[in-house]
Design a protein around this ligand. Structure first.
Ligand SMILES: [Zn+2]
Length: 328
């Protein structure tokens, strides 16, 4: 999920509605910084918090050797994933870049770490510059995002509303930016990473962006979906999103569902049922068919709500898509 600067107030409120709630559960790593969504945090607590957590990153042990690094005190609730094998580790996304990520990773593993990004929107590459072995998709979109983002481009993400009422967040909000980063090598769909005792395969997942990928652990029945699926409103809103490509991707991922135990998203909650993939596929087909009314949360936007997820698109784009054109 990426929240554009022009995101409607209504949607921001929808996303932040749980901010006022204060979590009072058994594990409060940092009571002074509250989570943006008490409901998502409570859901995530089904996977225990581990000692590598600090007052910014919630580290949940989701599966053996699989850790979710959740930035639950910022509105994106972005989730980076560390997968640790016996010989090396893979870090899938690096978060907002608001607080150093590498020390968190170092508390979890001493093995060499390779970084892949689910896609290169700013909320997934913020810590890339902290790592030397980043593999990137060879797309123009990716190369453009390697330049980082200026403070002006990302200031909204460090504004008080985006920090869910938290003050003293431990970084200089006025200087927040995305550092430029470099690639140590190209990433191609079909690439596999043998971590020792665990092999991850890269699956092309274009749609949300052209450089989107999913990660598949076939033996363990795990699929990391990036922003192709997560619990909050799924953003298919920005110019770089291709709805035809997205539908093809979600159809492909839904076909894997019978062999999956868990879907591991990049925002909000650390685990989802594989059956959600087919639900999203069916939802997108219904949207394309023009069978659903949807709502208009803000001029130019269309929001379609379903059981357990919703989809936000640009009105002009979805109208063109329903007419069989890729673009308005
Ligand atoms: Zn995102």
């Amino acid at each position: 999920m990426l929240l554009p600067a022009h995101l409607s107030d209504l949607l921001r409120r929808t996303l932040l509605v749980a901010c006022a709630a204060v979590f009072t559960g058994p594990t409060a790593v940092a009571a002074e910084l509250q989570r943006c969504s008490a409901a998502h945090f409570a859901d995530n607590m089904r996977a225990p918090l581990v000692a590598a957590s600090d007052d910014w990153f919630d580290v949940h042990a989701v599966e053996p050797g699989v850790f979710a690094l959740v930035e639950s005190r910022q509105q994106q609730e972005v989730i980076s994933w560390l997968v640790v094998g016996t010989t090396r580790a893979l870090l899938f996304d690096t978060g907002m870049g608001m607080r150093p990520l590498r020390p968190v990773v170092a508390r979890l593993t001493t093995l060499p770490v390779t970084v892949l990004n689910s896609h290169t929107h700013l909320d997934h590459v913020g810590g890339n510059a902290e790592f030397s072995d980043v593999r990137a998709m060879p797309t123009a979109f990716t190369r453009a995002n390697m330049r980082g983002k200026t403070h002006a481009q990302v200031a909204d993400e460090a504004a008080p509303a985006a920090l869910c009422g938290n003050t003293a967040v431990g970084f200089d909000t006025a200087a927040y930016h995305i550092r430029p980063w470099t690639s140590a090598g190209n990433l191609r769909p079909g690439d596999t990473f043998d971590l020792g005792g665990r092999t991850l395969e890269v699956i092309a997942a274009p749609g949300h962006t052209a450089d989107a990928i999913a990660l598949h652990d076939r033996a363990a029945g795990l699929l990391w979906t990036g922003d192709t699926f997560y619990a909050g409103p799924i953003w298919l809103f920005m110019p770089e999103t291709d709805l035809d490509a997205y539908l093809a991707t979600i159809t492909k991922l839904a076909a894997l569902a019978p062999s999956l135990r868990r879907v591991l998203p990049a925002h909000n909650t650390v685990s989802a049922a594989p059956s959600m993939l087919a639900s999203v596929r069916d939802a997108m087909r219904a949207i394309r068919a023009g069978a659903l009314a949807g709502t208009t949360p803000a001029p130019g936007q269309r929001l379609y709500s379903f059981d357990g997820f919703s989809v936000l698109v640009a009105q002009a784009t979805v109208t063109a898509w329903q007419a069989g054109r890729a673009r308005p």
